[in-house]
Design a protein around this ligand. Structure first.
Ligand SMILES: [Zn+2]
Length: 329
């Protein structure tokens, strides 16, 4: 008999609790705003405090309300309505923000500028164990560690641009191809007009000279370092007569990364493209170009190409990939 009475009492208690829980849930989901503005007050729950309560008071926003044991009725309403959505936020997959892939300007007509005969795939032949460029005379020639200039290539129209140099006397280093030399003069004049004093440091370099430089570097620093900081013979843009190293008195005419921080280096980066030059070896693009960042090394590609490359902040390699893609369509 006692057992039956106990059972009835127990059933009544359980039933009562059950309905409380339901009322709670309805309250929490149905009208969340009523108590949302009221700051969570720990005092409310103290009368029926259970060991787990301090935790709930301390981290009302962080943990899911479902995980709490069904405790006091006073606590639930103090939960903020935004709670259910908050725990789910961390589990949201992070936005697939693609690494800003360069996008060609829709109005930009690669076909008008780059001929199919200039595309990288069309301008290479395998010769003597290496890939040799077949269009070294093109203003759009792409020379890099994978694409060697012919060892006997000498640009046909080398001249000395009328710009200030960091050294005096005659030297092949002063030379560039005519189109590049003219553009360099216009670049230096624009700099001067803006009160910026640039000096040309190193232009054309023959295959033989490059070979001597690389060998000396490799002996001094080891071949690995030499390969990152100087070109192997046949792989230097300086052999094309389209490149010039530029520096300023503020860094003692050194060719080093600090040039980028000088007002001359900043000016050069901002205005080179207006005159048909690109900063050839960009920061962050070392894997693509194969070279460390060289804020001093400009390469002539003509204004159309230079401006698009500067706009997209890409390398000549990437530009050519885009050109190939567009022209192939
Ligand atoms: Zn250079």
């Amino acid at each position: 008999m006692k057992k039956i009475i106990y059972f009835i009492i127990a059933a009544t208690i359980v039933g009562g609790l059950w309905s409380q829980v339901h009322a709670l849930n309805d309250n929490a989901s149905g009208k969340p705003d009523t108590s949302a503005s009221a700051p969570a007050s720990p005092e409310l729950s103290t009368p029926s405090a259970s060991p787990s309560e301090p935790i709930e008071v301390e981290e009302p926003e962080a943990s899911a309300p479902e995980s709490t044991p069904t405790p006091t009725p006073e606590e639930k309403p103090s939960g903020k309505p935004s709670e259910p959505s908050e725990p789910s936020e961390p589990s949201k997959p992070p936005k697939p923000s693609k690494p800003s892939k360069p996008s060609p300007n829709d109005d930009y007509d690669f076909g008008q500028i780059i001929s199919p005969d200039d595309l990288p795939a069309m301008t290479i032949e395998h010769k003597g164990g290496i890939d040799v460029i077949t269009n070294p005379k093109s203003l759009y020639v792409l020379a890099n560690k994978k694409r060697n200039l012919p060892s006997d290539y000498v640009p046909p129209d080398l001249v000395v641009p009328d710009v200030p140099f960091s050294f005096s006397g005659d030297s092949p280093k002063k030379k560039m191809r005519k189109a590049a030399a003219d553009a360099l003069e216009s670049l230096f004049q624009a700099a001067k007009d803006d009160g910026i004093e640039l000096k040309a440091v190193s232009g054309y370099r023959s295959y033989a000279t490059q070979k001597a430089i690389f060998t000396a570097n490799a002996e001094k620093k080891g071949e690995d370092v030499a390969n990152k900081t100087s070109a192997r013979p046949g792989q230097s843009e300086h052999q094309t007569g389209l490149a010039m190293d530029i520096s300023s008195a503020s860094v003692g005419y050194a060719l080093e990364e600090t040039f980028a921080k000088t007002k001359e280096g900043k000016w050069l980066a901002a205005h080179a493209a207006d005159h048909g030059f690109i900063i050839r070896f960009l920061k962050g693009k070392e894997k693509i170009t194969g070279y460390s960042y060289e804020p001093w090394h400009v390469r002539y590609v003509g204004r159309d190409v230079a401006k698009e490359i500067a706009r997209q902040k890409i390398t000549l390699e990437e530009y050519m990939d885009e050109a190939a893609e567009v022209i192939a369509r």
